[in-house]
Design a protein around this ligand. Structure first.
Ligand SMILES: Nc1ncnc2c1ncn2[C@@H]1O[C@H](COP(=O)(O)OP(=O)(O)OP(=O)(O)O)[C@@H](O)[C@H]1O
Length: 254
């Protein structure tokens, strides 16, 4: 059984125009899966429909054996502890320290009361430091997040996702705001998360060449439909044209 099995997902916002059209795909444990497509293709909407930050109109999102779309609030909260999320703009609390932001990843495991008091165990704090060390930013643990570079903030975002002990991490354009050097660091970390920790990563990307060099599998979206689902080797010029409506040579010059 696949870790994630998405069946017949449809989504429209206020208007009748469908943003996602009959989306079917699966993701396996430890798989690194990229979603590519032109601006407005529906990549962010798809990612957010998976953890129900956005509600799909119909379809199923079978994650770890249960359909997330059928879950009530409390069950959904529990299921979401297994799904981390990494955002383009990091979504950190700027005035709080790095370590506090990382520990926020444990909120899903706390009662509201514990959450308000921000009570964390020694074990949780040790784990937070361990993750910061793994991502090479332990020296910044007590700095406010807004004193860090974009690349460092994104590493905090990854630590916050990892401290959840997730089975799946959803990354919505994690390198879109970063320079090439910081982007490579982030992509290398995400790749090692899937390879070494066995955590499935689904990553929305604008850069085709990045998707090609890191992914086990690539899904191409165009106008809300999956027009490609295969390996990097299978993603040839014909499929790229189907995804973007133009060849990569043309893409480089636009
Ligand atoms: N909250 C919303 N309300 C109404 N329409 C929305 C909303 N969010 C997205 N859309 C529309 O849905 C379509 C898909 O948007 P989405 O952000 O999912 O695409 P995307 O592929 O992630 O784009 P980009 O690469 O530019 O981030 C777009 O036409 C967008 O305008």
């Amino acid at each position: 059984m696949s870790l994630l099995d998405v069946r017949g997902l449809n989504k429209s916002y206020q208007t009748d125009a469908k943003v996602l059209k009959d989306i079917h795909f699966t993701a396996e444990t430890g798989e690194f899966l990229s979603i590519i497509g032109p601006s407005g293709a529906g990549k962010s909407t798809l990612l957010r429909c998976l953890n129900r930050l956005v509600e799909a109109d119909d379809g199923e999102v079978i994650f770890d054996g249960q359909d997330l779309r059928q879950l009530k609030k409390k069950q959904l909260r529990e299921a979401r502890t297994n799904i981390g999320m990494v955002f383009q703009h990091y979504n950190l609390v700027p005035r709080l320290t790095v370590i506090e932001n990382v520990l926020h990843g444990r909120f899903g495991y706390k009662s509201t009361f514990q959450g308000v008091l921000a009570r964390f165990s020694e074990e949780e704090k040790e784990r937070a430091f361990y993750l910061l060390e793994k991502l090479g930013i332990e020296a910044h643990a007590y700095k406010r997040c807004d004193q860090l570079s974009g690349g460092q903030q994104q590493r905090v975002g990854i630590c916050r996702a990892l401290i959840q002990d997730p089975k799946l991490i959803l990354c919505d354009e994690p390198i879109a705001s970063l320079d090439p050097h910081s982007s490579k660091i982030i992509m290398d970390y995400l790749k090692s998360i899937s390879e070494e920790m066995g955590i499935t990563c689904i990553v929305n990307l604008h850069q085709v060449e990045v998707a090609q060099s890191y992914s086990d599998r690539i899904i191409g979206l165009n106008d809300g439909s999956i027009v490609f689902d295969g390996s990097n080797l299978q993603l040839d010029q014909i499929y790229l044209k189907r995804v973007y409506g133009m060849s990569t040579r043309e893409l480089i010059t636009v």
